[in-house]
Design a protein around this ligand. Structure first.
Ligand code: T1G
Ligand code: NAD
Length: 647
């Protein structure tokens, strides 16, 4: 069932009922057209209220249909039929009206909304543009300047904003449908307002279009959709709505079949699938109300910030008073920065900080439901920390490590209740990066694992479950990616050519630039630790640079040279001299070939990770790459590209 029809005397109520988000699919479109005909022909009906069942109005067109050919009637045809109806259609909106959900209301004569409703056209996030009139009707209701960020930049409008703009005619408190029926009755007693398509569109200045194109183009990077949405809007503004609707539909259909849209749709569903692993269906997560963080360094402060942003009280433990005050200063700075950026009010920033207990006393952790250690990446240090946690924390408290590489089992050997231990690998900066790798041990209880996934959701993170191996999923692929880049370097391909190729592919920075930013010494120390364990780890060009004191930007030079206070990477003659014994004669390689080589290495490692059961699915691996390592979203991920036989 996707639509229900009820009658309240002279008013019909059409309710879209297609759980979980009332996505408008083919069956809904067919039924809507039929109902529009039926209700037009029914002399007893004077007006129609269009509503959504459940928690929201309509989440959009059914995205899962986009991998198939377009089926009639299309949504534009449905909306045109509603517009042509002899009786007014009144949209009664609650929760969310996104994409086609908002567009169908734009074809109605009136729009009513419950307080708290959100309205938006997020299609560009899927690599497409609004394809059912949103780029044409919205500006005719709100004006071009307001419609532009909604259509092309993912801006959503609140019900209050929409009311002020005249996009919504009235807010309805209490029973929305009953209020809409009353509104309908009063509306039909008066002359009807013009439809959106009948309204004039005030001209936009050429500066508005050029400024928008510049801003949107810069932000969109490889996703073509935002600029196409702007194009459709401008076309309709300059050539009229008929031409505008034609232009919009043609651009929409072109993008609907594009590789970028396929990649973004794939990630949309992958993100939702990752948050709810099938293995945890029906498992009740342990409650997490108070969290301990051990270590107030880079990660500890980031994790504490993310926890406070989710309104969770935090106990932050450092090893001595000086470190405690350093952590408190860092955390306070983090909230003040958010306040300066306008993300937080002064009160909210103060409340964030007030929710953290800073201490050196592990005893303060006694009533924490979860404790996350983020101390030095040193097994002995971590083992000592867990030993103290085992003695002080509640037996049912979840104990988690933020380790980048180490085996959670080794740092918690001998701990009581091993079933409460797991890895929670956040990425720096932890309050920004969405990825968290969740690493259960074989002993981890399902309720503990479910609590980790629930925490990720509460923090607004993308959780990906990883098996235990050196580097889990992301750092293991990163090592392979960097290794492949160094192989090309040894073969004579220039460092700057490799970085340029990966920037051209869509990364913000190439593999060598990233190392200079984060420091070459992190992976150097990891290799040295492996060598100390007797593992055979060959010398790498990166080792040569670190041994020569070239650790990256922080030492004024790594793969590149840097002028003081300037992060611009400059080709380094010193690096060339140091690496000369390892590098073959200089040779050129086309940028696409460089990218294919490095992407193939990532996909090969991903394949091995899948075969070893370290990751549950190829899409989980792609989520790690997109949300943890800056893989361009509109490319989908190394496994997605491999699946499309392009690497
Ligand atoms: N189509 C199909 N399935 C959808 C869907 C959609 N539009 N939106 C959500 N789902 C599924 C989702 O995969 C998940 O499935 C379940 O619903 C709950 O989703 C013509 C062409 C509406 C704010 O881009 O933003 O209209 O995992 O966990 O947190 O111009 O879903 O349960 O199997 O996100 O309550 C434009 C996308 C489409 C909005 C609800 N619309 N959705 O959030 O639930 S294109 C969008 C959302 C379009 C027109 C164009 C959110 C939500 P499963 P959820 P939520
Ligand atoms: P860091 O050196 O910035 O911070 C570590 C903190 O732990 C220091 O402030 C130190 O005083 C504190 N500490 C050490 N021993 C302690 C003890 N016994 N009790 C309480 N505090 C103690 O390190 P970091 O970059 O925050 O990394 C922390 C952990 O997170 C490591 O395991 C690291 O591998 C992992 N990690 C780091 C990153 C990153 O990009 N930095 C990313 C993901 C994971």
């Amino acid at each position: 069932m996707t639509l229900t029809l009820a009658r309240d005397r002279d008013v019909a109520i059409v309710t879209i009922d297609n759980p979980p988000v009332n996505a408008i699919n083919g069956a809904t479109r067919i039924r809507l057209i039929a109902l529009a005909e039926e209700l037009d022909a029914d002399p007893a009906i004077k007006a129609i209220v269009l509503a959504g069942a459940g928690k929201l109005f309509v989440g959009g067109a059914d995205i899962s249909e986009f991998d198939r050919p377009v089926e009639s009637p299309t949504l534009p045809e449905v909306i045109a039929r509603i517009e042509a109806a002899r009786k007014p259609w009144i949209a009664a909106i609650h929760g969310v009206a996104f994409g086609g959900g908002l567009e169908i209301t734009l074809g109605c004569r009136f729009r009513l909304a419950a307080p708290g409703t959100r309205l938006g056209l997020p299609e560009v996030n899927l690599g497409i543009i609004p394809g059912a009139g949103g780029t044409q009707r919205l500006p005719r209701l709100t004006g071009i300047a307001v419609a532009l960020p909604v259509v092309a930049e993912m801006k959503t409008l609140t019900a209050d904003e929409a009311l002020k703009l005249g996009l919504v005619d009235q807010l309805i408190e209490g029973d929305l449908v009953a209020g809409a029926i009353d509104f309908a009755r009063s509306a039909i007693a008066r002359p009807l307002p013009p439809l959106a398509i009948e309204r004039p569109l005030a001209d936009a200045t050429p500066e508005l279009w050029s400024e928008a194109a510049q801003r949107i183009g810069k932000a969109a990077r490889g996703n073509a959709a935002p600029l196409r949405a702007l194009d459709a809007m401008r076309h309709g503004a300059e050539r009229g709505i008929v031409e505008g609707l034609k232009r919009e539909r043609s651009l929409f259909l072109d993008l609907r079949g594009s590789p970028e849209a396929a990649a973004l749709r794939y990630l949309f569903f992958a993100e939702r699938g990752a948050a709810r692993p099938a293995a945890l269906k029906g498992v009740t997560p342990l409650p997490i109300r108070r969290v301990g963080v051990i270590g107030g360094g880079t990660m500890g402060v980031g994790i504490a910030t993310a926890l406070r942003d989710a309104d969770l009280p935090v106990v932050l433990v450092e090893r001595d008073a000086e470190s405690v005050s350093r952590a408190e200063k860092a955390l306070s700075g983090s909230f003040e920065a958010a306040q300066r950026r306008g993300k937080l009010s002064a009160e909210a920033a103060a409340a964030r900080l007030a929710g953290v207990t800073f201490t050196t006393a592990y005893e303060a952790l006694a009533d924490c439901d979860l404790v996350i250690e983020a101390v030095f990446e040193d097994l002995a240090v971590k083992r000592a920390v867990f030993a103290r946690l085992g003695a002080i924390c509640r037996p049912d408290a979840i104990l988690a490590t933020n380790t980048s590489y180490l085996d959670p089992r080794r740092m918690t050997e001998g701990l009581p209740q091993p079933e409460r231990v797991l890895g929670l690998h956040f990425f720096s900066p932890a309050q920004v990066m969405k990825l968290v790798e969740i690493i259960p041990t074989p002993a981890t209880r399902p309720e503990v694992l479910a609590a980790a996934f629930a925490l990720a959701q509460k923090l607004g993170k993308i959780p990906v479950q990883a098996g235990i191996c050196d580097g889990f999923i992301g750092n293991r692929i990163l090592r392979r990616y960097r290794g492949a880049a160094e192989t090309l370097l040894r073969s004579g391909v220039a460092i700057e050519a490799i970085d340029a190729a990966m920037r051209n592919f869509g990364f913000a920075m190439g593999p060598f630039e990233v190392q200079d930013l984060s420091g070459l010494d992190i992976s150097f120390l990891h290799r040295e630790a492996a060598r100390a364990r007797g593992e055979d780890v060959p010398e790498t060009p990166g080792d040569v640079l670190v041994r020569a004191g070239r650790k990256g930007q922080k030492t004024g030079g790594g793969w590149y040279d840097y002028q003081p206070g300037d992060r611009t990477p400059r080709v380094s003659p010193e690096t060339a001299r140091l690496l000369a014994p390892f590098v073959a004669e200089k040779r050129d390689m086309p940028a696409t070939e460089i990218a294919d080589h490095l992407l193939a290495a990532m996909a090969d490692e991903g394949r091995a990770i899948l075969d070893e059961g370290i990751a549950a699915s190829a899409s989980d691996i792609d989520l790690v790459e997109v949300h943890g390592y800056g893989f361009p979203r509109w490319r989908g991920g190394p496994m997605f590209l491999r699946g499309r036989k392009t690497v």
